[in-house]
Each structure stands twice: as C-alpha cells, then as structure tokens.
Design a protein around this ligand. Sequence first.
Ligand code: PLP
Length: 443
Amino acid sequence: MEKKTYIRPQIRKQYLGAANKFGGYTPPETLSSIDGKSVESLLKEFGSPLFIFSEAVIRKKAQSYKQAFESRYPMFQPTWSYKTNYLNAICKIFHEEGFWAEVVSSFEYQKARKNGIPGNRIIFNGPYKPYAALKLAVSEGARIHIDHLDEIRDLMQISDELGKKLDVSIRISMDTGAYPTWSRFGFNLESGHALEAVRKIAHSNGKLNLIGVHSHIGTFMIDPTSYKKAAIKISAFYKILRDELRQPMQYIDLGGGFVSANKLKGTYLSNASFLPTFDQYAENICSALYDAFSPEEPPALFLESGRALIDEAGYLASSVVGIKTLPTGKRAMVIDAGVNLLYTSTWYDFNISPIKEYAKVYDDVILYGPLCMNIDIVRESCLLPNMSRGDSLVIHPVGAYNVTQWMQFIEMRPAVVLIKANGEVKQIRKRENVDDINHMEME
Ligand SMILES: *Cc1c(COP(=O)(O)O)cnc(C)c1O
C-alpha cells in the first residue's frame, strides 16, 4: 500500500451560515449548469478559464427593458453601449432586438458598421473623435454628440468641405443630486457653458443644426430620481434650443447608467432589497418628460444602456490551481482567473459558486488570481466549502465591461462561449495563443 502524504492538522473557525451583525455570511450556492449546460463539460471542451454568456438572459433583459419604456413612451429608441461588451455576437443579439449602436471611439464606430449598422443608426459619443473618423461618420449620417468646442470647429470645417449643413447634437453635464457630477464630458449646464456652446452652433452661419441633446449622468445609479431631475433639466434646456435658438430639435438622449444585480463592495444588504427596476427608471424619466412637454407630444427619447442589460448574462468559470494558508491563518485559494479578466472586481463582490456539491462546512477564503501582482484579488473574503486543486467555480455576474477591459498581462485571454436560446453552445471568441500575440511583433 502506498504511504499517504502527511497533512498538518489545523484548527479553523467554521461558518455555518449563521447571521452576524452585518446581515449574515451567506453560504455559496452551487451552480453546476448554466441554461441547462453543465459547466464541467463546457470547461472540458473549451478549457479553463472560460467566459460563458446566456442568450436567453440577454433577450429577457432587452425585452423587459424595452417593455418598460415602450409601454410608457410613444417614441423610444434603445441603443446598445458598445464599450460595455463589443463582442460581435453579443452586439448582434441587441441589434436583432431593435437596438441601434452607441459608440465612443473610431474603433467602436468601425465595429458597429461591420456589424451591419448603418451610420444613421449609430450615436457617436466620446471625447476623442479623430477628424477623419468624424468626417466619415458625418457623411454616413451618424448622430454626433459634441463633447467640446474644438469638435464644433471640426464640424464647421467638415460642413465647408462637404458643402452642406450638418445635423448635430450636444452632450451636457448637470447636477442631478448624484455626486461626483461627471463634468468632464460635454458642456456643463449650470455654469452656462452648455448655453454658450449651443449659441456657437446656432450662430454657425448655417453650417450646423442642433437636433438633439444628450446627457449620461453616471453609472450604477442607485437612485432612480436622479433621472427625473435630469429629465426635467434637459427638457427645459431642449425648449430653449427649440424656442429661443430656433433649432430643429428632435430628440433627448439620457445615456445609460442603470444598475445591474451586482453587489457593490461595502454594501451589506442583498441587491434585490434596494436596486431599482427598469419600470422605476422608466416611470421617473417618462413622467418627467410628459410633464415638461404636455400638452404637446414629447420629443423622441434615446437611451444608451450597457451594464444593466448584459452584466447578469455573463459568467466566468475558473479552476483552483493551489490552496494555501496565510501566516495569519486565513485560507487562500489561487484560481486561474484574476483581475486581468475581471476589471470590475475593483467595485464588486461577485458571487462565487462552486460547480458541485460539498459538505456544508465553510471556510472564510481569500481568492487570488494567477498574476504576480499583489492586487490580484478576486474576493477579499468569501465563504467556500473545502475545495481541492482542479475543482472549479463560477464567478458572476461578469457580463459588463470585463470582456472589453480585460488585459493580456502575463496570461492570454480565454475563450468565450454563448449558450444560444435554442440550447446550442457556440464559441464566439477563440482562446488566444502565443502566436496570436507574437504575430503583431516585428524583430
Ligand atoms: C459607458 C456609457 C454608457 C453605458 O453606461 P452603463 O452604465 O453601462 O449603462 C452610455 N453612454 C455613454 C456616453 C457612456 O460613456
């Protein structure tokens, strides 16, 4: 008989899911399958780590979002925020659901065009629109949301070059009671800069027309009444542009910023207890617009949501590569996915779910990623059963911002699969290999 390896005994504090003064340590829930597909077999087929997206969840979110606004508002147009997740297979689902594209760079503009979206269904936001990209977007009829004065000058020059009057829109920032105000984007309302900018446009000698006004007030906005305040202020500004400056105004765009069911660090309550629903956001926005414009028909409403529509549709399956006890006695687990793949771990305490059942005895564990970097921590503290090397777990929700902000520091990016609504599993991005990286280099 083979001699067993000696394992030093340890005394550890066990958590049995009892409540503490912060509202309780919740034992993890097992997640062995996603949309009926076994996580273990997905990992076998595509390797670990692995991003997994659910088409069913995306469509459900997109539809309930549209329902909330379309049922309250006559002219509503949703647009998909590309920077939140611009994997083409994901964008195409939103486009099929009737979303236009909202882009914030020339790269994203090209992505949207290659996804078959015509220029006039693209909103072009962002502080840097290179002249050639801006000119192309203008000539393709894109909706340009001006960020600063130099862009007004660029657009006037483009108007001269193309020999025609251009329809443009303006981005503004304002105080909605949510701080800090995002004043670095667009022109500030309260300081009068927004009014100065629109006067420049209105007096552009027939080169530019204003047709829309936009504001993206922040992200993960927990208080839906911020949108009511924004809608009231933006409506008053819209009327100045239309009635005093005689601009052919068509629409108001209130950006994105709705919450997803993720848990912000430092909050003790469970999400469901305080996060607003799409209906609450819609009620705040639509009622304010009706009030402002009654008895006339209110203008078209555009929104540019990202996070709220995709976060919960994304999962990251990862495997344990090592287990250790820190000098403090705390248990640590090293997994094969870290902050290189989880940019949003800075803000969120993700759910960590083992993919199989264990004895219901838990340890308080710190979850480290694979990087040689002190900050590579996926969770500072979470309860996990007695897992072993090679066991796997699922980190969620991770659908928003991670597959656009992931980085290729010492590790390559993993594969991404989409579980389609018909149950088929489709790989939508290849696992990177060393040749993918090397072929960009020249010696
Ligand atoms: C990032 C961004 C969005 C999407 O924001 P979410 O918080 O993900 O909904 C919308 N509009 C603009 C201009 C953005 O920069």
